[in-house]
Ligand binder design. Structure first.
Ligand SMILES: NC(=O)c1ccc[n+]([C@@H]2O[C@H](COP(=O)([O-])OP(=O)(O)OC[C@H]3O[C@@H](n4cnc5c(N)ncnc54)[C@H](O)[C@@H]3O)[C@@H](O)[C@H]2O)c1
Ligand SMILES: O[C@H]1[C@H](O)[C@@H](O)[C@H](O)[C@@H](O)[C@H]1O
Length: 349
């Protein structure tokens, strides 16, 4: 191989080329500078073969761990389902491969903590977690307003997270672990503090939701300094993709996600526009920036999970701990304290 390629182009193995992985392959191939998809792996080998055949110089490797260990792979993009992440992340750490892992880091607190510890023991941060909202221009602007003190001290955050539909296997706990997890990360990103308790309220379910799915859900978070966050997560609206976040501070408030660029005013007295149909359109720019900055960081030899305010393995672990409390609250209806270790207790985390 390849020392030549290594110096010019990052050779990425993409594991899992379903909806999100195939989108990342398209992105790396068409929009990202300094990288190429060198290897594709998918549990469904025919899917992997079909996609690899469209990319010059791309090979299929049949086993995910072999793909990670492959000497002609410089970095890994994991877009496999959450339950497979732990094993694949630990293999990336073992083989010293930088990895961009789609959220969630893992699907439970224990395995997320094991990943944090394994990376800390290695002494080098290799993991970036796919909390792409941190790379969205509107979220960056909101964060900049807060950091500049223009809203005064933030006091309250209101969020709405609506999907038109979700896959048939989506259950009530996944609304917490797969959808609300973004509001968990956004809260930690914007307020720069940990969430200490969670309560999930289940209003009357949408009659159009699959039988037994508690949808919508309202989540209430408290943070270390006592700030309040509420989030409506509603994943079967049948309408479109809507993600709004409003921060209310001592000196004013700011809201993002209104699709204001598309608002039309029409007679008689109506206004409106188009709403993005899915996260692919709403966060397309964020995914592009997320992957480009990851590629740039890996090529520069930077520590990926640390180079821009996270999101690294610790952020993935913190989100898993909050979601675990959320799932307990989903069952009991009570406010549940978040149980997580102190970051300072793990050297190098
Ligand atoms: N950041 C976001 O906005 C966003 C959006 C959608 C999905 N995701 C995340 O991306 C990941 C994938 O989600 P998706 O919607 O693309 O799922 P998907 O089911 O469409 O695709 C998953 C793919 O992984 C393959 N696969 C399953 N087990 C595997 C294994 N052990 N090794 C290799 N391949 C395997 C499947 O065959 C499938 O092709 C999940 O972690 C999900 O939470 C993130
Ligand atoms: O996996 C997806 C993805 O993370 C989206 O960003 C979110 O809006 C969906 O609710 C979730 O199911």
């Amino acid at each position: 191989m390849s020392n030549e390629l290594r110096s010019t182009e990052l050779r990425i193995a993409v594991l899992g080329v379903g909806m999100m992985g195939a989108d990342h392959v398209r992105r790396i191939t068409g929009a990202i500078a300094g990288a190429r998809v060198a290897v594709i792996n998918d549990y469904d080998s025919s899917k992997a073969e079909a996609l690899a055949a469209t990319i010059p110089g791309c090979r299929v490797v049949g086993d995910p761990i072999d793909a990670i260990a492959d000497p002609d792979v410089d970095a890994v993009l994991l877009a496999t389902p959450g339950p497979t992440h732990e094993k694949q992340l630990l293999a990336c750490i073992e083989h010293g491969k930088p990895v961009m892992c789609e959220k969630p880091l893992t699907t439970d607190v224990e395995t997320s903590l094991a990943v944090v510890k394994a990376e800390a023991e290695l002494g080098k941060k290799l993991i970036q977690v796919g909390f792409m909202r941190r790379f969205d221009t509107e979220y960056e602007q909101l964060k900049a307003l807060i950091v500049a003190g223009e809203l005064g001290r933030p006091l309250v955050v209101h969020c709405a997270h609506r999907n038109p539909a979700v896959p048939p296997h989506f259950d009530s706990a996944m609304i917490v672990k797969d959808s609300l997890v973004h509001e968990v990360d956004v809260t930690r990103f914007l307020l720069d503090e940990e969430i200490t308790s969670v309560q999930i309220i289940k209003p009357s379910a949408n009659p159009a939701a699959p039988q037994g799915l508690a949808d919508p859900q309202i989540a209430l978070f408290s943070t270390e300094s006592g700030k309040h966050v509420d989030a409506e997560v509603f994943v079967t609206t049948g309408v479109a993709y809507e993600v709004r976040t409003e921060v209310v501070g001592e000196l004013g408030s700011a809201m993002i996600g209104l699709d204001v660029g598309l608002v039309r005013k029409t007679a008689p007295g109506t206004w409106g526009g188009q709403i993005t149909p899915s996260f692919v359109e709403r966060f397309g720019q964020a995914y592009d920036s997320e992957i480009q900055r990851w590629v740039d960081a890996v090529v520069a030899g930077a520590e990926t999970g640390n180079y821009i305010d996270g999101p690294g393995a610790w952020d993935g672990y913190a989100a898993a701990a909050v979601c675990a409390a959320g799932v307990k609250s989903l069952e009991s209806g009570e406010r549940v304290a978040v149980d997580m270790v102190q970051r300072s207790s793990i050297a190098g985390a």
